[in-house]
Design a protein around this ligand. Sequence first.
Ligand SMILES: [Zn+2]
Length: 706
Amino acid sequence: MMALSIHAQFRMNDGHSNLSQPDFTMVEKNSNGRIKSVRYAATDPNIPATAVDFFNSTCIKCKTDSFALDRFQETDYGMRFERYQQYFQGVLVDDGYYIFRFKNGKMKVVKGNCVNTTNINPQPSLTESEAIDSYASYLGVRKCDIIQSYVDLMVKEIPDTHRKGTTVSLTYRVYLRTFNVTDCFVGYIDAHTGELLLKEKAYYSSSATGQFYTYYNRNLNDQPKSGITEYTNNKYYLADNTRGNGIHTYKQNQSGSTEFFSNNDNIWTRDELGDYNIALDVHWTMEQIYDLMNSQFSRNSYDGSGRLVKSYIDPLATNSYYIPNYDDRFIFAVALGSSVYGPFGSVDVIGHEYGHAILCNTTNFQNGQIGDPKNAIHEGLADIWGIIFEKYITPSADYWKTAEQFMIDGSSCLRNFQNPDDLTAYTQIASTYGHGVFYSSDPHVVGGILPYWFYLLVNGGTGTNGYNNVYQLLPVGFELAVELFSKTTLTFAYLDGCTSFSDVMYAFIDAALDMNNDFLAEQVENTWYAVGLTVEPTHIHNMSYAPGSATYYVYGNSNCTVNWSISNLFGSSPILVPNSNDYSCTVYSNASFGCYLNATINCSGCTVTYSRYISGTSSPSSAGDDILRVIPLSENRYQISLSSRSDGKDKMVCIKVYDVKNLQTKIHDNFEKEDYIFEMFSWKRGFYIIEITMGKKKYTTKLSVR
Ligand SMILES: [Zn+2]
């Protein structure tokens, strides 16, 4: 019957084997003959690939029993843990479970117990209320003294006092909370006979749904919010053990000691909590954030592995913060006596701190020393998480402002991400890299260009930045911006190793390119241009040249329409034909001309006009871009070639390459022949202007090195 493995041997009681790496697969059984543990030898050729294979191959499962995955966890050291709960025809079997430990995907150890459910009738003869009555009569409790009752139907192994071993029964586990009686026992009532089979000392703990009269998150009728609490020995605690490894909210006493918040009836009022009443906002918000991370971003807590969320409500602190590494906790200030701030318990501020935790744990993007730009980047990215959480959790809130709920000094908010210069905000934030308040010593102010960049990416718009550069942005919308932001910040792949704002810019551009969304990638680059971090990207691209015609296109999405036009024309008039079904047009001409080609794009109500100078001789071309072709040969290796439309008489040409950020910096300056191949291994990522002089003609084109 047991076909575990050809190497299987049964463990001797006095075995001295090395348990962590046994030479043979070792199987241990319990008194009912079912498997208690299996430790697989690494060399065993018959290790089950999955838990399901294990159940099938060991015949533990008979046709009425099932095992369902109820918990799993993955570690960063290559382990995966799975727990399977036994059910008998849909009824939970207490003490029936198996826990699997996989190392690098390979099953290593199985431990657990399978309860023998033979001869159990899973249909109870008693109702839940009859079970409660039965238990109450055993306890001598009057029905009117019962405040609350908890009943669960389950199959239970009952220790048999007469014979050795156990018997298995269908039972109701009953716990009664009563007036005048401190009942610290749970009773197991036979679900067929009503007999009390077992009374256990109860450290009875179960999840309950509490009602929170939150401080900040109130609706018009002040209806309470619902949240999970833990019920233990007649009291409710602000502890939710149903989400990941838990969400626990603690009271930090003035003396420095900490304790759980507790409550008698699970209806938590602001008055009962006094100065600590934001504990209800914090607990509820952390639960909402957990659910959002889970449903929207497929993340189990901020580290992706169910990390326990520990929040401390602190009457002595003057701010809110997240402490990473060994301490790993959130602090939320009550701000007693402050004339500027109320208690730090709004969704955006809690979400901001949660954002720090994501960056420190999921991406390993840590803060630096004082003055390190990474601190400002951390603050800016945390603000964006605050925006996202506030919009999704409390959509009616003004999510482009932070802390608008708790400024008590007359300020409209702490920071305004829509309007960085807002004088009614407590602090103004940087809107252009290296300009204005960007040189503040406050990392929240410096990092402000990141939430402002995010605002521009979502909403688009036109404007002029601190360098007097005019920008025209198309909106990508909140959902797509969130997708980009979460894909970039919920992995180590992009942000780890970034030390500057420029690195962060490329991280987001890389992520957009990895999403295969050219429209998004261009607007991401365009918004970084708007906040002063790079040059304006090309908006009108060239698709093809053919004798007498050239085709140009812009990037759009399904919300965009484009209108093409020509302006500032000299020479003969070319024919412009918009192409249907994409964002392109074709220009036809057989005579010389020069003009601007304009694409007016309307996207979700936002209109911009992008322009590009094009010209033609006997057939149309686009200034230097047409004569000069930049052909990537391999990464960091480009060939500059002259098109057939150059007259070709001058084989000797002068080539100069400039760094676009500083046109004084010449990267390359030489006369060359025919093959112009640039090796760019030592070139920094960025934009370069290539200028080629042939005889009296000068052509330029732009080259981007990624
Ligand atoms: Zn912060």
